[in-house]
Design a protein around this ligand. Structure first.
Ligand SMILES: *[C@@H]1O[C@H](CO)[C@@H](O)[C@H](O)[C@H]1NC(C)=O
Ligand SMILES: *[C@@H]1O[C@H](CO)[C@@H](O)[C@H](O)[C@H]1NC(C)=O
Ligand SMILES: *[C@@H]1O[C@H](CO)[C@@H](O)[C@H](O)[C@H]1NC(C)=O
Ligand SMILES: *[C@@H]1O[C@H](CO)[C@@H](O)[C@H](O)[C@H]1NC(C)=O
Ligand SMILES: *[C@@H]1O[C@H](CO)[C@@H](O)[C@H](O)[C@H]1NC(C)=O
Ligand SMILES: *[C@@H]1O[C@H](CO)[C@@H](O)[C@H](O)[C@H]1NC(C)=O
Ligand SMILES: *[C@@H]1O[C@H](CO)[C@@H](O)[C@H](O)[C@H]1NC(C)=O
Ligand SMILES: *[C@@H]1O[C@H](CO)[C@@H](O)[C@H](O)[C@H]1NC(C)=O
Ligand SMILES: *[C@@H]1O[C@H](CO)[C@@H](O)[C@H](O)[C@H]1NC(C)=O
Length: 775
């Protein structure tokens, strides 16, 4: 009978319990910010262990030897799972998941010493809210049925040497609140406010009077406060009400329903109920707000706002004010909890977050206990450019899909006319135009075929005059023909007229000499083991790359081998391979003429001075390179093993399509073939890591400097997100990047038999690119 009535009471009180999503400055949530200019934030992670991850301005997320801004711990090696967080000035407080005890720690203290006064260290709390220099907490057990409890407050003071210490003093003790039971509280600059058991707000503390609150009744879904102001979301209408210093909440939106709220120095921001987009009011710069992204939780410090994205639980940060932007301020790319864990079942209009959608191996729940779950309000609508492809259910939020994937009448009205999808079908074409590459950095060792820096003044060089019509394009070379008008000094037939070698053109040495300004070094694109590579302008105006064998190469390969190479090269024809246009074999010279790749190497786009690449382009390039490599392995006859797969051997043509260059020509024995292909796959795995992380394959700015030793342990430990390059704006959905990281990890297995084939890598990439999965 007791159980029944308890259950009845429990169901009856549900609407009061599930509205616990209070996030922000001075309030409690899964992500919280500290007051002050350090940009100190912490969030509960999505590992299922409820560990805490923290970041701040002075701590670069990419540096792997970051100071102890990690999880709070009494001794530096124990990690404390937290149920909820709330930030004060340069400190953070939380409720411990297992004991409900409060724990506070300072940004300035690498040892994370507990700042809770001894008198309160063993008290259990159900709610905590730090203000500027004080903390209040509601007594009770966090993960048991919450009704209300009395409040304890303490102060945290800063000494001149920035050390923080706690004081159990009476400035926040108020006789009138001592006997009240609070459901939720919030803290600001010199005041705390709370909603009492039967509804209505009460404030206390030295600055409470200034808020001008009197007789505020009603229930609040969320409360958030800044230095001198307080806003709340009314439970009934989901609308905003504010009190206090009105400079920070000028014109709060009217008629918009919100689900979450946070306050900064001179702004408030909320998450809209319909689209889950962030909307702010007060003094802020709207062009800095993330567009088209939904969020589950947000928190704001003075000028910095961070949120947990709804699709993938990635933390994203932005600034409220352009003049306060700090470069490279980013949270670690770890997934964080979308809400607080609760023992209550989710209410109407809510869904329980399903951890298996995160595709993290072995992760079944985001909470420390099986009986807990995270309930979040359902989204009703999608941002502009997205259509609703699936309604909210008990276990999943509504799903928004990019309008570029809208295929039938179910979405055309929401999306307007669907944009034609860009099909960058690469057809065999001549390069008509040389795109100037300016400002590229000089990389010491350029691989054999690549585009380097070209002095702009050279670009003005007029095309060579026409020299007769002896081009034989598109036919196999059968016989050399030479017309009478040619220069005679070099006009001898090739030493070995080569029969039938496919779609290649035979060039005269004199012609290539002219086209390269006599093989002058300012036409040089790079050098490799084979010899030099020159940029050349043919007499018909085409730009090509000419590979000229050096003496050593010529000595070590006889002309028969050269012919065999030519025979293979002529047959290699693929849109993702740098194709041979022709050759020249005269006067003991060996020259190969290739399509010119005006956009340089992938290496220089990722690590050099060439234009940075967004994720869409990176994934397309990775897919195209994989397709090129697959062609060499699987389709060319005989199969070709590259032997030197690296980002500087992946070139970008005029359409930014990736082409594999500089593949080896030695045909391996049947026995070695498979093994060599597996080593190509390994090297392609390194290229994938470079694409994902933006870092070089060997980089002493990282520990360890070797990209494989650095990334693989992270990926294997489910922290693949930590390697994702934060210099490229994150895609809407990072999960495909994490899948690609898993694929790279497989490609880098020590046992070649465990590595995938390049076709498997190509298929994964194709699926990601084709379905626009990152959008
Ligand atoms: C952060 O760095 C700036 C300069 O780089 C320094 O002035 C400031 O004191 C640092 N803040 C903290 C909290 O260490
Ligand atoms: C709570 O967790 C901490 C750290 O993991 C541990 O030291 C402590 O013994 C735990 N307490 C209880 C009651 O389980
Ligand atoms: C800072 O000052 C406090 C007292 O004012 C003292 O206890 C503490 O040791 C000092 N810390 C440092 C690092 O000087
Ligand atoms: C802000 O408050 C002051 C004083 O209460 C008042 O005079 C002023 O009109 C208010 N401003 C706005 C925009 O509401
Ligand atoms: C941005 O911050 C500066 C100083 O920090 C302030 O003067 C300016 O008014 C702020 N601008 C906005 C739009 O908030
Ligand atoms: C808002 O931010 C953008 C981007 O940084 C900047 O160009 C613009 O000037 C800012 N606007 C104001 C009013 O500060
Ligand atoms: C979570 O999602 C997975 C797969 O999407 C499904 O199999 C599972 O039943 C879901 N869990 C719950 C509790 O609905
Ligand atoms: C959905 O959002 C669009 C704009 O983003 C708006 O025009 C439309 O009315 C919204 N629909 C609903 C049902 O809220
Ligand atoms: C429209 O296409 C989606 C898949 O793209 C499908 O699920 C849906 O049933 C289709 N609706 C109609 C009306 O054909």
């Amino acid at each position: 009978m007791r159980i029944c009535s308890a259950l009845y009471l429990h169901l009856f009180l549900l609407p009061l319990f599930y509205a616990d999503s209070v996030y922000g400055f001075g309030s409690m949530g899964p992500v919280s910010a500290a007051f002050g200019d350090e940009g100190f934030f912490c969030a509960i992670d999505a590992s299922g262990r409820q560990n805490v991850i923290c970041w701040a301005k002075n701590v670069s997320s990419s540096s792997s030897n970051a100071p102890a801004l990690s999880s709070p711990s009494p001794s530096s090696n124990a990690i404390l799972p937290m149920a909820a967080l709330s930030g004060g000035e340069a400190f953070m407080c939380g409720i411990l998941a297992n004991t409900s005890q409060a724990f506070c720690w300072s940004y300035f203290d690498p040892t994370n010493t507990d700042l809770v006064p001894p008198a309160y260290q063993f008290t259990a709390y159900s709610y905590i809210a730090a203000g500027k220099g004080h903390v209040c907490a509601v007594r009770g057990y966090y993960y048991s049925e919450k009704d209300s409890g009395s409040v304890d407050c303490w102060e945290i003071v800063r000494s001149s040497n920035r050390t923080l210490s706690s004081v159990q003093n009476t400035r926040f003790y108020d006789q009138s609140i001592a006997n009240l039971g609070f459901r939720k509280i919030v803290g600001g600059g010199g005041f705390s406010c709370g909603e009492v058991r039967d509804g209505g707000l009460v404030c206390w503390g030295p600055s409470a009077e200034g808020l001008g609150l009197s007789e505020v009744s009603g229930r609040f879904q969320v409360l958030a406060s800044g230095m001198g102001a307080l806003c709340g979301i009314l439970e009934e209408s989901a609308e905003i009400r504010c009190w206090g210093d009105n400079s920070s909440f000028i014109e709060p939106p009217v008629g918009t329903r919100f689900i979450s709220l946070t306050a900064g120095a001179r702004h408030f921001c909320g998450i809209r109920e319909d689209t889950h987009e962030v909307e702010c009011w007060g003094s802020y710069n709207s062009s800095l707000l993330p567009k088209g992204s939904g969020f589950m939780a947000i928190a704001s410090s003075d000028f910095t706002i961070c949120g947990t994205r709804e699709g993938d639980l990635v933390l994203d940060c932005w600034f409220s004010n352009a003049s306060s932007i700090i470069p490279d301020y980013d949270p670690p790319l770890e997934l964080s909890s979308p809400g607080l864990c609760t023992p209550q079942p989710c209410g109407a209009g809510e869904f329980a977050f399903n951890a298996s959608t995160l595709n993290e191996a072995g992760l079944t729940s985001l909470c420390v206990r099986r009986d807990l779950q995270i309930c979040s309000p359902c989204g009703l609508n999608c941002s502009e450019g997205y259509f609703l492809s699936s309604e909210c259910t008990a276990n999943s939020d509504r799903i928004c899909t990019s309008c570029s994937l809208c295929q039938n009448s179910s979405c055309t009205s929401v999306c307007g006319l669907p944009l034609p999808r860009e099909t960058r079908q690469k057809h065999f074409r001549q390069i008509r135009q040389l795109v100037l590459i300016v400002g590229c950095s000089v990389i010491g060792f350029l691989s054999v075929l690549m585009v380097g820096c070209l002095l702009p003044r050279l670009m003005g060089a007029p095309p060579r005059p026409e020299k007769g019509k002896r081009k034989r394009f598109g036919t196999c070379i059968k016989k050399q023909e030479f017309k009478a008008e040619q220069d005679d000094d070099l006009a001898r037939p090739p030493l070995n007229p080569t029969p039938d070698i496919g779609l290649a053109q035979v060039f005269r040495l004199s012609e290539l000499k002219d086209a390269t300004n006599g093989f002058k070094e300012f036409n040089e694109l790079g050098r490799g083991s084979y010899g030099f590579v020159y940029k050349a302008v043919l007499s018909d105006g085409r730009y090509v790359a000419v590979k000229r064998a050096n003496a050593a190469t010529i000595i070590h390969t006889n002309s028969r081998e050269f012919e065999m190479e030519l025979e293979i090269l002529c047959k290699v024809r693929h849109p993702n391979v740098v194709n041979l246009l022709g050759y020249c074999s005269e006067m003991g010279e060996r020259l190969l003429v290739y399509e010119l790749m005006p956009h340089g190497t992938l290496h220089d786009h990722l690590h050099g001075g060439l234009s940075p690449l967004n994720w869409e382009l990176r994934l397309k390039i990775a897919m195209q390179a994989a397709r090129g490599l697959e062609y060499l392995h699987k389709e060319s006859v005989p199969p070709i093993v590259h032997r030197d797969v690296k980002s500087s051997n992946i070139l970008l043509d005029a359409d930014m399509v990736a082409r594999i260059a500089d593949f080896g020509l030695l045909t391996p024995s049947e026995r070695d073939l498979v093994e060599d292909m597996k080593s190509d796959v390994y090297n392609f795995g390194i290229v994938l890591l470079e694409i994902l992380s933006g870092r070089k394959s060997y980089d002493i700015d990282f520990m360890p400097p070797d990209i494989v030793e650095w990334a693989v342990p992270l990926i294997k430990n489910g922290k693949g997100a930590a390697i994702i390059d934060r210099y490229a704006a994150l895609p809407r959905n990072v999960e495909p990047l994490l899948k690609l990281a898993d694929m790279a990890e497989l490609a880098l297995r020590v046992d070649p038999n465990q590595r995938p084939t390049v076709s498997e890598i190509a298929s994964l990439l194709e699926q990601i690119v084709k379905d626009d999965l990152i959008l």
